[in-house]
Design a protein around this ligand. Sequence first.
Ligand SMILES: Nc1ncnc2c1ncn2[C@@H]1O[C@H](COP(=O)(O)OP(=O)(O)O)[C@@H](O)[C@H]1O
Ligand SMILES: [Mg+2]
Length: 579
Amino acid sequence: MTAGGPPNAAPSGERKLVTLLFADLTGFTALASSLDPEEVYASVRPGMTALVRIVQDYGGTVPQVMGDGFMAIFGVPTAHEDDAERAVRAALAVRDHARELQRGRSGTPFPEVHAGVNSGEVMVAPSSEPAGFAVIGDTVNTASRLADLAMPGIVLVDERTRRRTEHAIRYGPTRGYRAKGKPKPIPASEVVGVRSVLPAGRPAPGVSGGFVARERQLEALGRALSNAVDRQRSSVLVVTAEPGAGKTRLAVEFGRRHPEALLLSGRCTAYGQRLPLFPLASALQDLIGLSEEAPEAVTDRAVRRLAHRVVGSRRAGDLTRGLKLLLGAVDSYAVRDPTAAVGQTMRAARAVLEGLARERPVIAVLDDLHWADAHLLELLHSTRANPWSGPVLLLGLSRLEALGSGDPLPTLKLEALPDRRLRELGELALGPGVPASVLGRIVARASGNPLFLEESLSMLVESGALVQRPAGWIVADHQLLEQVPATIRTLIAARLDGLPADEKRVLQDAAVCGEATWDRLLDGVSAAEEVGSALQRLVDRDLLRRRPRSRLPGAREYVFKHVLIRDVAYESLPRRDRC
Ligand SMILES: Nc1ncnc2c1ncn2[C@@H]1O[C@H](COP(=O)(O)OP(=O)(O)O)[C@@H](O)[C@H]1O
Ligand SMILES: [Mg+2]
């Protein structure tokens, strides 16, 4: 491996889907020409450092800072499935912080920031630059153009980023922006704000919302709820499955079938989660109709009203303070004893859920629990050991089966959907007239995962590979049929990037071999040292499966668990390393 390269990149570089953010200080050139260079440096530099740190907090890498701005990359060295969302949120946070710097300052004003965000494929190559790598590709130029085109205080985002973040970010209308060096206008939109209430499931353009199968699982959830109601005690259940299998959707359908219960839901996020019981806090914010930007007086009133509602006027005072901690409505500087504050937060969460359960049964959905912090897991484990009073079902949704330490929480595993159900979903989504052989191919590649199916269909329709004619659908581009949609690639790439370097290398080498590979073959071709043990670890992680009977005598045979995993590993290699 080249010295100074990203930790687990292939030596000759790697093709990656990333999101780029360019942030520039407005009017910096004018400022610089009106002042002494040293004065400019002194006045802007500390602020700039703070802005860069904000971007890094969101997981962005900043290879270099220019005088009047910087570029950040999300997805290098490590890809996250939500890189696009991180980049947009980081851009907003940078813009807001620059405004704060402006306010707190007399003399030279700190300039407004304008920013551009763009997602696409780049080549990441090892380089002697301080960051250890360079990113190359038109995606970089477009991001920089978008930043140039954005007015002061505005974040301008390309269509791909928009589609991948619309569930969390609000946008203005899409317009075509003319940029120098670009023959066609770039379609882009301005960020308007952040959504505080997240719509359920993922939006999938052009795909209708039929629901199939999962009757048995819905019944199991129903039983957990009626148990809680019959015994007047809380219960904890965690639904586990791989990404896209349908956890969130299952919880939504479950809520729909139980209108007698109060459905609260919130999700954990992989970053920027500052409150200890974040998903519960955001669920309660939704319940009382609070937005993050609400002024203090409004928050205060809403919190006091909730406290009165759940514990009555005598004990409302105590609960109000706990609730404000829970909802993050207390300035963190005002918290003198953080440990005591966490305890108070936990008690408030319990009191409010028990109180609400006196009105009617409560289903509290804690989505993406694999990202939960230790406090939330502690709350679940302790509630499981010593249930609360009243019918509260704490329903976690997680990719992992083991959460936290101690006795495992009761789980319900969601299996892959049978092919015929996916076929049904495909027909529901596209309507009649899809050639059976085409749908069959797409279904087979999705391996029982409804998200993979939806994303493939959306990609094929959007890219014009599948075209609807009066007589039915036709395949206009057979090659595209074999491509992996961008969202799925990001999801899987994020997993592969998290692997130790030797395992990632072996997986990439295995991908070059094809759908199946053998330890003896890899021993000869792979640059990794301990091929055998890396293969075993990849099996343990459920990325590869060992075939009970090898087709090559004297060698162990492995297959990819999912053909998409092979495709993504393969596509991450530069073209010359493929065969
Ligand atoms: N049983 C189902 N019937 C129809 N669509 C489903 C079903 N399960 C999941 N989906 C769809 O598949 C996509 C992924 O499901 P989601 O619940 O977001 O997965 P997860 O939460 O496990 O990552 C969503 O668009 C969802 O609506
Ligand atoms: Mg989900």
